[in-house]
Design a protein around this ligand. Sequence first.
Ligand SMILES: *Cc1c(COP(=O)(O)O)cnc(C)c1O
Length: 435
Amino acid sequence: MKFYSTNDKKNLVNFETAVMEGLAKDGGLFMPVEIPSIEQEFINSIESYEFQEIAFRIAEKFVGNEIGKSDLSDIIRSSINFPAPLVNLKDNLMILELFHGPTLAFKDFGARFMAKTMGYFVKKKNNKLNILVATSGDTGSAVAYGFYETSGINVFILYPKGKVSLIQEKQLTTLNKNITALEIDGTFDDCQRLVKSAFVDEELTSKLNLTSANSINIARLLPQSFYYFEAYKQIPNKSIHSVFSVPSGNLGNLTAGLIAKKMGLPITKFIGAVNSNHVFADFVNIGIFQPHPSVQTLSNAMDVGNPSNLARIRELYDNRLSEIQRDIHSKSYDDVKTRLGIKEVYEKYGYILDPHGAVGYMALKDYEIVRTTARFNEVILETAHPAKFKDVIEEELGVEIDIPERLATCLNKQKKSVQLSSEYEDLKEFLLGAV
Ligand SMILES: *Cc1c(COP(=O)(O)O)cnc(C)c1O
């Protein structure tokens, strides 16, 4: 399979180049030249396949012969190695739990698959790779855990000192081995500026084989389509329409779902549920794309004012708004409504949603009113474990939330970080000495 840049359809690369470059040289995002279709027979018999077998069937269509079958199978077995269960709240209303990975968020699927894929290409070339990422807290840990113990790859994670939560900091600073946490005396913007400076520093990039593990990497996007198939597999009544509500920020999760649909997965409608950052809802509803500075909300992983994957959604639909509207419904919900959603689901079903999932729930409730079909399967993607938002949930529900074992263990470990100022020269000196 070849991949093109959303900025230039004639700029074609293979899978390896798309993965290792992350972002196209012209600044565009990589997209497959065609969306392969999945055999109808496979969909009909999907219940007889394991999650990892499903993942393999989808992945090989995009990877082609660039990774051998047994290597691709190894990549999947070592990355898609936790379940995505569909939990029933009541008849036809289901939660797809995507938080069973090591960092308790759905980003583990993408980050782990990308890490193992990059690890494969690095090993094939007998290369060494250094990855530099800035994080405001959450995405960094998924990346760190994904690359943990991958030979040939060192990861340096920059995070702002004193500006991430205790749990987030522990997740970043207790892995060690090939993961180095750099505690920057500055803000998240400083961290991003430092990373950007490093990438344009020719002396540094010539000495270190430096790359980013960008959230828009195609190897992070594709594996997110796996769990839509896995969800469909678990829907008990497949004879009625299915609607999936996706809590959205940068739109990677939603884009992966739309790709699954285009491959032939029978999902009738997607709901792009957004928080007060409503740029996407405006685009879907009135066709105008107007990026805004992001505003802070409870569902902070969705605080995105200029969602980059919109470029990919436009590509999937040849930029035809009416077709986008046929497949996607989108609406914005503020923090008050988010809290209402958490409360309502707990009171009605005894299930604890995190703030991101609550936005998905509220959007689904509203969609029930505007729907046209009589009865349909409703699936809410729960993108994070509620324990990650312990304070808000406990305040809202007055119940105590247990911290899952895999998170609790890192809380007991000793923090290890390298303290650096926000001066670029300090970072450079450290990197040159460390590698
Ligand atoms: C990143 C994230 C989102 C948003 O996903 P996108 O793919 O950026 O739309 C939603 N919920 C959680 C918990 C996240 O970490």
